[in-house]
Design a protein around this ligand. Structure first.
Ligand SMILES: Cc1cc2nc3c(=O)[nH]c(=O)nc-3n(C[C@H](O)[C@H](O)[C@H](O)COP(=O)(O)OP(=O)(O)OC[C@H]3O[C@@H](n4cnc5c(N)ncnc54)[C@H](O)[C@@H]3O)c2cc1C
Length: 371
């Protein structure tokens, strides 16, 4: 077997790339029985607008580009989505300062649609939330991430790509003209060659880079697993809130603060929190002991909540380059010729906003391949 391009990982990022530039000699290798069984199906399904990230970082640029590309794509291919908007709320002086910084950052990054809401507007738009001040991000939305991945996979297949499930990549060896890739599947171990290899293995992307010969410590490619739990809110409050509602994130936090999300069926949830894990087991059990903390955090801006309204929902695990005591870390999306590995492209640390940015990441990787 021989391929031009091998993409490792059929999450939303691997599939977005395959949908945009696969050909009949492209393999997408996925260890699970179907696409999107890890981080890509365990997230808030929010189309972010890019207010949080450092100017000119890949997270910022690819989120902003990805936001419009994704809306266009959803329109074109009838993927369920809603541009419902998001409100970021403050209820004390410190958070009001936080809103000012967010507004400045958004403007600096080129997100020009974000605006301050007057008290009257807050009451008219969201009578059931509590906020002394707020910002509105009108271009934040929600989408059906499964539908999106299904569409990406169908487009990739139309282009002739071969998605191989139940196949675990276990070896990547540099050879003349490309790489020898060894996979383990129910039919046994086998190898094939590929001119180019794209590592979109999410939580395992550092291990894949290491298999190919990258020194993880030297390159700072080691991932930290950071779990986020969600609790769902009782259906009796359905339609109480019309938009996503976020508190001001603590500057030193690894996440955006426990916030309110809505899915396309109108189900309200709060989460995700941030909890670094000590091992690499993918344990998605929601920690019930956190219910009180979630309740207290959310009650500050959702005054109608009662403790019995919360039920454990699901969790996701972020593949983070940022360790517990680190500052902002950008996505790593890198062609590795300078490490003596030409034609290998590593995508490491693709946490949020990876879903929003998926099509912009695909464009960026295509450029790296063509150079
Ligand atoms: C709690 C949480 C909330 C989030 N909310 C949002 C949000 O609202 N909006 C947003 O834009 N982003 C969000 N994100 C981020 C987004 O979910 C991710 O950026 C995105 O899903 C990453 O996709 P991926 O394809 O890189 O990784 P994954 O979905 O993890 O896919 C990687 C694939 O590689 C496969 N794989 C790994 N190793 C191997 C191997 N050796 N052989 C074969 N296959 C392999 C895995 O099985 C997996 O299917 C959130 C993330 C989390 C955890």
């Amino acid at each position: 077997m021989e391929s031009d391009i091998t993409i490792i990982g059929a999450g939303v990022v691997g599939l977005a790339m395959a949908s945009q530039f696969a050909n009949e000699n492209t393999f997408i290798i996925e260890k699970n029985t179907c696409f999107g069984m890890e981080t890509s199906s365990r997230n808030s399904e929010v189309i972010h607008s890019g207010v949080y990230y450092q100017k000119d970082s890949l997270k910022s640029v690819l989120c902003i580009q990805g936001n419009s590309l994704l809306y266009e794509f959803c329109e074109r291919y009838n993927i369920a989505h809603r541009r419902i908007g998001k409100i970021i709320v403050a209820n004390n002086e410190l958070d009001e300062k936080g809103l000012e910084s967010l507004m400045k950052n958004a403007t600096l990054c080129g997100v020009n649609d974000i605006r301050e809401l007057s008290k009257k507007e807050i009451c008219a738009m969201e009578p059931n939330i509590s906020a002394s001040s707020a910002l509105l991000s009108p271009n934040t939305g929600i989408l059906d991430s499964h539908g999106l991945m299904s569409c990406y996979a169908a487009l990739a297949k139309e282009k002739g790509a071969n998605i191989i499930y139940n196949a675990m990549v276990e070896g990547i060896e540099l050879i003349s003209g490309g790489y020898k890739i060894t996979i383990n599947s129910p039919s046994g171990r086998e190898s094939f060659t590929s001119q180019k290899v794209i590592n979109a293995a999410g939580l395992h992307s550092d291990e894949i880079a290491s298999l190919a010969g990258v020194d993880l410590d030297k390159e700072k490619y080691n991932l930290h697993y950071c779990k986020g739990d969600y609790f769902s809110i009782s259906g009796r409050h359905k339609n109480s809130v019309n938009r996503l509602v976020y508190p001001v994130a603590n500057k030193d936090s690894a996440g955006l603060g426990v916030h309110l999300t809505l899915d396309l069926a109108g189900q309200m949830r709060i989460g995700p929190d941030t909890a670094y894990l000590n091992d690499r087991r993918l344990d998605y059990t929601v920690n019930m002991a956190k219910k009180e903390m979630f309740f207290i955090s959310a009650k500050s801006f959702l005054p109608f909540l009662e403790p019995e309204d919360l039920e454990p929902a699901f969790s996701g695990i972020r593949p983070k380059l940022q360790g517990p005591n680190d500052g902002f870390c950008d996505f790593i999306i890198h062609e590795e010729s300078e490490k003596g590995l030409p034609g290998l492209i590593n995508l490491i640390g693709i946490e949020s906003p990876g879903l929003t940015a998926s099509l912009a990441i695909a464009k960026y990787v295509k450029k790296l391949m063509d150079n």
